[in-house]
Design a protein around this ligand. Sequence first.
Ligand SMILES: [Zn+2]
Length: 542
Amino acid sequence: MTFRRASLVFALCAVIGGSLAAQRRSSTPPQESTPTPPGPPRVEQLKREAMADVESMRVMTQQMVDQVFSYGELGFQEVETSKYLTGVLEKNGFKIERAFAGIPTAWSATWGSGKPVIALGSDIDGIPQASQKPGVGYRDPFIEGAPGHGEGHNSGVPLNITAALAVKKIMEREHLPGTLKLWPGVAEELVGAKAYFIRAGLFRDVDVSIFAHVANNFGANWGGGTGTGLESVEYTFKGESAHAAAQPWRGRSALDAVELMDVGWNFRREHLRLQQRSHYVIVNGGDQPNVVPPNAAVWYYFRETDYAHIKELREIGDTIAKAAAMMTNTEVSSRILGSAWPQHMNKTLAETMYANMATVGLPTWDEADQTLAKALQKELKQPQTGLATKIEPLRGGLDPEQNMGGPSDDIGDVSWNLPTVTLRYPANIPGTPGHNWANAIAMATPIAHKGVTAGAKVQAMTIIDMLMRPELVQQAWDYFRNVQTKDQKYVPFISDTDQPAVWMNEKILQQYRPDMKKMYFDPTKYKTYLEQLGIKYPTVRQ
Ligand SMILES: [Zn+2]
């Protein structure tokens, strides 16, 4: 029986930071971890210059954040987004490689020469049905049913671009060797691309990988012990159609097989490890009731906390699928639509980044920002704490045995290939559910604009640390080689012949793009997207 794999839900990137995870693990205190001490005076001086330069680019940063927000494209369909971002980079002297790894919306943008090579990545895709007007503290879509940035992935590559431009200026003036390589997290919500980027060699000569992900506070962590990895698999059943009333005995229902698989899985769920998280959507349930469905498909995410358990969960899924096919006299095939390793971030990189966060500090929120945040929190029946005013502690060295699961991001795969760290930056409102219209509200407002500028400062400073303090790069590799990968090596979930699921979300964009196009941000006419939309900031319930 052949098994392929498959299709649609939300991959999770975690906006939820560490407080929950930290509480859960109160029985195993984290290992000692301290921010990296400052470097030589010249390094610290250049970092201060980079901070000032990022600040001076805040209008450009805001435009990029607003522009990508207005595109709101789903995974593998980030056509306008990638065209725009590569355009900005090309104009600034970066060499672009398009359609990277056979993915039309993927690219890499390189500038500089020699070592070290520093990769800067961030996700770019949106969330289904998350269309939402920014700056409005309640549900108010632009286009009912259309996708939108209900995760905040419009902000990360703009952040990296601003940081890279500030560093590039300094590298040119100071004649510093090194290469900057920007790349987009295409289809992160489908955990659909990063394993293919690795296979195609995106990180082959890279020394340090610095990632950025939107959050509602500054944060960095290292080690494993949080979240999950996953395999995303589509099971397709094939039966035989028949007149559902005249001759139902001649039909073999593929939908029956899907339903039996789901029932079987939900019974089995009781006897799985508590760490597992699994969920599915039926992507094809037949055409109309009087035709026995000859084809049906269900799409599963199998999440667990380590590689071996993810494989095991997938195998259970395969077995249940086969059993459902036997029960219904149908055939089943499967295909992998995405995958992610559980994340393991680098200790040295996290400690260095954290020191820079402490220097930059959280943005200064004004009354309008706090009013919007509290209004949304009230709307969502969450504590009305407003925006973050204190940086999360540096976290690391959690006990993997204590990991109770959670979301995933395929940056996990990258983190098992070279020293990697994720910058979590304060561009969103605490208390939002994630993968939801509410997570889009702040993402083209001063909250996101300030948070991205603050994040770009940290990013630029961390890049300078890596360019000018080779001992830190060495230390990062020591941890990667001698601690992280001592007993566990990377084995991709994808095979040599699996291909990225680039057709996904095509139909949704075909349906909504004509209306979405009318809403694209035009910075030649308006300063901000809020201005273009005529939205008073903030708009909240009275
Ligand atoms: Zn994300």
